[in-house]
Design a protein around this ligand. Structure first.
Ligand SMILES: *Cc1c(COP(=O)(O)O)cnc(C)c1O
Length: 477
């Protein structure tokens, strides 16, 4: 028995896997975006207990094709327009395979000098691409949820003068964080995890275009102070998840400066637009943020997972989390960056490799061109919606997400919600494209999010045709 897969077998199966994944990408468009499976169906095809003796990779790979792939939702499908569309791009796929072979644990410089220094350099490249000031330094996390949690922990560190780190959050700290009613759920989840609690999160109302109202924010802070709360952080969003609204960061930054509050910007999706020179305005005012997160695994074509946090106050993040046991200490420790110091995780994946591959393979102009196209196609789709008497837009379209619905004069709001729910279901069941939905106030809205590299304008047109055809079936005559 050889300890690992014999190298000759690895080579043979490696070639098979590369062929398989290339063929997969070539044929994915012909597969329904959502798999036709029912809950429990995949489990039913899998043995309930593990194999006692090893099986050949031939059998495993055959089962991959037979059991797993038919149960996949095809995120790399060009007709994937749900949630936020993402891409596992070719260069990113290659980098992730190599990272698995190197298996470097990027926790500190010594455990991988290259992973550490490449992370510093690629994040500084990304910082330049986004137009952020040189003082902003970066850390890669798995997700924006974790990046925001760490940023909020840094804010808590400042607000409690390290007491939260030392003593925990005793009941009664009464820390309060502000975010808009359209902020991502990860902010509240972070508040739960950090002992701030849901009661410590105040949702600020938004204007007619779903942007946080800075006057309402100022009033909330003043009221809270009067009632003995300790405001400590504002989380603003550039590109909200439901409708991609962009909070007025300059006004919010003014307020945060006046009130000495940590400003964290969640630009998980929208931040990528700043790579395009004429869209750089999306990050206006963010040079004054204390932290900002953008997800290369969302709209920068890096395969899941890779989320970048930037902050001019990296020392605070370190103060919040650094705790180095003696068995991890090494001679040059203080001269180098040790990424384990900036969050709860010790072991970290070598994610900088895929950033490097993707940035180099596409170049800044190439990335900008792709993002620019996505935005232009979303504008085009929005124009079709606006021109059609059968549809209406439900939110502005600043980036590549369109929120819209089907309309009928003779329907009330309740009927329209049902119609649109049925329409979404019908379109998604046809399988050629996939859209998701949200609720805007009481209105059921369909969401078309463009962000996949394999998507072309033809796929966006197809979506429009599919919607109209499905509506014909639901609305005969
Ligand atoms: C997608 C998204 C998130 C969550 O991203 P994860 O990386 O999956 O945690 C957070 N905020 C916004 C605005 C998002 O669009």
């Amino acid at each position: 028995m050889s300890a690992d897969l014999p190298l000759d077998d690895l080579r043979r199966h490696g070639h098979e896997v590369v062929d398989y994944l290339v063929d997969y990408l070539a044929r994915v468009e012909g597969l329904p975006v959502l798999p036709a499976v029912t809950p429990g169906e995949i489990k039913g095809l899998l043995p309930p207990s593990p194999p006692l003796t090893g099986e050949s990779m031939d059998v495993v790979l055959a089962d991959l094709d037979r059991i797993i792939v038919p149960g996949l939702t095809h995120w790399n499908h060009p007709g994937f327009f749900g949630y936020f569309a993402v891409t596992g791009s070719g260069p990113g796929i290659l980098a992730d395979a190599l990272a698995a072979a190197f298996n470097n644990i990027a926790m500190m410089w010594r455990t991988s000098p290259a992973a550490t220094e490449l992370e510093e350099v690629t994040l500084d490249w990304l910082r330049q691409m986004l137009g952020l000031p040189a003082a902003f330094e970066g850390v890669i996390y798995d997700t924006a949820s974790m990046a925001s949690l760490c940023a909020m922990a840094a804010a808590r560190e400042v607000a409690t003068d390290s007491a939260a780190r030392q003593y925990g959050l005793a009941v009664g700290a009464r820390l309060r964080l502000y975010t808009s009613e359209h902020a991502h759920a990860s902010i509240e989840k972070a508040a739960i995890t950090l002992g701030i609690g849901l009661a410590g999160v105040k949702k600020i109302p938004t204007d007619a275009e779903f942007r946080m109202d800075p006057d309402a924010l100022a009033r909330a802070i003043a009221e809270d102070r009067a009632e003995g709360w300790r405001p400590f952080c504002v989380v603003a969003t550039v590109g909200t998840t439901s409708m991609s609204s962009i909070d007025p960061i300059p006004a919010i930054a003014d307020l945060c400066a006046r009130e000495a509050l940590w400003l964290h910007v969640d630009a998980a999706y929208g931040g990528a637009a700043a790579v395009v020179p004429e869209l750089r305005w999306v990050l206006d005012g963010c040079d004054r943020a204390d932290s900002l997160v953008v997800n290369p695994h969302k709209w920068l074509f890096v395969p899941m997972d890779c989320s970048a946090l930037f902050t001019p106050r990296l020392d605070v993040l370190r103060q919040a989390f650094s705790l180095v046991p003696s068995y991890l200490q090494f001679a040059q420790m203080d001269e180098v960056r040790n990424f384990m110091d900036y969050g709860p995780q010790l072991g970290r994946r070598f994610r900088a490799l895929k950033l490097w591959f993707v940035f180099r393979a596409f170049g800044v102009d190439g990335l900008a061109e792709r993002i620019r196209n996505h935005v232009a196609w979303a504008q085009e789709f929005a124009a079709w919606v606006d021109k059609s008497p059968r549809f209406e837009r439900l939110a502005p379209t600043p980036l590549s997400l369109v929120c819209f619905r089907a309309v009928r004069d003779d329907f009330n709001e309740g009927d329209l919600n049902k119609l649109n729910e049925h329409l979404l279901d019908a379109v998604n069941r046809r399988g050629r494209v996939f859209l998701s939905h949200t609720k805007l106030g009481n209105r059921y809205a369909l969401r078309l999010a463009i962000g996949n590299l394999r998507t072309t304008l033809a796929h966006v047109r197809l979506t429009w045709d599919e919607l109209n055809a499905a509506l014909d079936e639901l609305n005969p005559g």
